[in-house]
Write a protein that binds this ligand. Structure first.
Ligand SMILES: [Zn+2]
Length: 471
């Protein structure tokens, strides 16, 4: 029954979380996240994975993000604006920004110069983003949009930044305006669908997915992604239409009305405790209520496409923890274990937003195991036995392609390497590491800059302690 034990977290690759992770329309970087799996995976039973997001299509040149700043309006302020433009072109961004902030009110109120100042802010934002990521560019794009909210490129750049930062300002009102200004763009509809999925309005979400698909005809990768999400939304909708939803402050729990209310109560108790307890350890509380769907064994498999033995999963694209409430998980100890483990995945997704894919899978799983307080007897057994160690670098991406029989080792190592990290560097450093991933650092850079050790050296030291603990 080894599989039953470890597999409360194992399920095939969830459809589609990846592409949403960084809507490729905007992707310029040649090195987007290398892994995006928050849903759990297991060898042998994983279905053919989604086309990985890191092979996002090239950015389409028609979606230029910079604006022409060559023609400066001829006004008394021409020289001033020219100087700022040149600073931006010379990449003297701090100076350009301070000059933009100090522009006289007359420049901002004039209908001749105002749109040009918006262009300067936009182009400054692009340079800031190129150097320091979207966190650094948010303010510049906001300024640009304040000055000219009818420019589709500016609004799309701002939307992109909100999206990456999981900024709640990417709300229905903003997206509606974006749809009006950029009516041919699929992105606002995709983002609106995502918002509606979060609010559990799957009917309206499906409509926007269809509108996004209409507008994505030129983009086969986006088309196939949208088709997959649409199918998933429809399947979820049909499964959940019979369910009852009950909310607490921090969770919405859906369950089959026929089911024992007692399960709902104990699920909520476990979750609220996880909210307090893991939130304190982690220093993060979710920004919105987390949805948890309690399935019967049958509806779980049907709704999630997971194998018979899977005992739970977190689905980032639908923002749901899904678990079956029959079989193994009806006993409260393992129910708590499943819920807490998946809750950590949900929390990491909430914390890192669309950049959660930058987090190596072993660390994502390791943190779930550490913070959930998972106890898996078979891991202890595996610890005693003969194993061949998989390099951590091979556990950073999807686990779906791991050779059969190696998933126990993968979890064992994830747990051990993460514990080693927490013990040796402390939670504050781990937190800094998460910040680095949130800013889309590569694994090498993130380790070097926050743990002050190379990734290779970390692995070497961990392996030493790992072997030591086994002997
Ligand atoms: Zn997991």
């Amino acid at each position: 029954m080894y599989r039953r034990n470890i597999t409360h977290i194992l399920i095939p690759l969830g459809l589609g979380l990846a592409v949403l992770v960084s809507y490729n329309l905007f992707l310029k970087s040649p090195s987007p996240p290398s892994s995006t799996q928050l849903t759990d995976t297991i060898e042998a039973v994983a279905p053919p994975p989604e086309p990985p997001p890191n092979r996002a299509p090239e950015i389409d040149s028609k979606h230029a993000r910079s604006l022409d700043q060559s023609v400066i309006p001829s006004t008394p302020h021409e020289r001033l604006l020219e100087a700022i433009r040149d600073e931006i072109e010379k990449h003297d961004l701090a100076l350009a920004e301070s000059k933009l902030k100090e522009l006289p009110p007359a420049v901002l109120s004039s209908s001749e110069t105002r749109p040009f100042v918006a262009i300067l802010w936009n182009n400054l934002g692009l340079q800031q983003e190129r150097l320091h990521g979207t966190q650094a560019s948010l303010n510049a794009f906001k300024k640009a949009a304040e000055l000219d909210d009818s420019n589709p490129i500016i609004l799309l750049n701002l939307a992109h930044t909100y999206w990456e930062q999981r900024d709640r300002a990417l709300n229905a009102e903003f997206l509606t305006r974006l749809m009006r200004v950029a009516p041919q763009e699929p992105f606002p509809h995709l983002a609106m669908a995502d918002l509606l999925q979060e609010q559990d309005d799957l009917t309206e979400a499906a409509k926007h997915l269809a509108q996004a698909a209409d507008r994505a005809r030129q983009d086969p990768a986006l088309q196939s992604y949208l088709a997959a999400v649409t199918a998933k939304v429809q399947r979820t909708q049909s499964v959940e239409s019979q369910m009852t939803a009950r909310s607490s402050t921090h969770f919405v729990v859906k369950f089959d009305g026929e089911e024992d209310q007692g399960i709902w109560t104990s699920v909520l108790e476990i979750l609220e405790e996880a909210y307090r307890d893991i939130g304190q350890k982690f220093g993060h509380f979710p920004s919105k209520p987390i949805m948890v769907v309690l399935h019967t064994k049958d509806s779980f498999q049907g709704a999630t496409g997971s194998p018979v033995w899977a005992d739970g999963l977190y689905d980032p694209s639908l923002g749901r923890i899904q678990i079956p409430t029959q079989g193994a998980t009806t006993d409260s100890k393992s129910l708590a274990s499943v819920l807490r483990h998946e809750y950590v995945h949900a929390l990491l997704h909430d914390r890192l937003g669309t950049n959660v894919g930058a987090l190596p899978t072993w660390l994502n799983e390791g943190l779930a195991m550490q913070w959930a307080g998972d106890t898996w007897p078979e891991l202890d057994q595996a610890m005693q036995g003969e194993i061949s160690v998989i390099p951590l670098t091979s556990l950073g991406g999807s686990w779906g392609a791991l050779p059969p029989g190696t998933s126990t080792v993968a979890y064992l190592e994830a747990n051990s390497a993460t514990r080693h990290m927490i013990e040796r560097w402390g939670l504050a450093r781990v937190d800094a590491l998460l910040n680095a991933f949130q800013a889309k650092s590569s694994v090498a850079t993130a380790f070097q800059n926050t743990l002050f050790i190379s990734y290779e050296e970390f692995q070497r030291q961990w392996l030493e302690s790992f072997e030591h603990n086994r002997s």
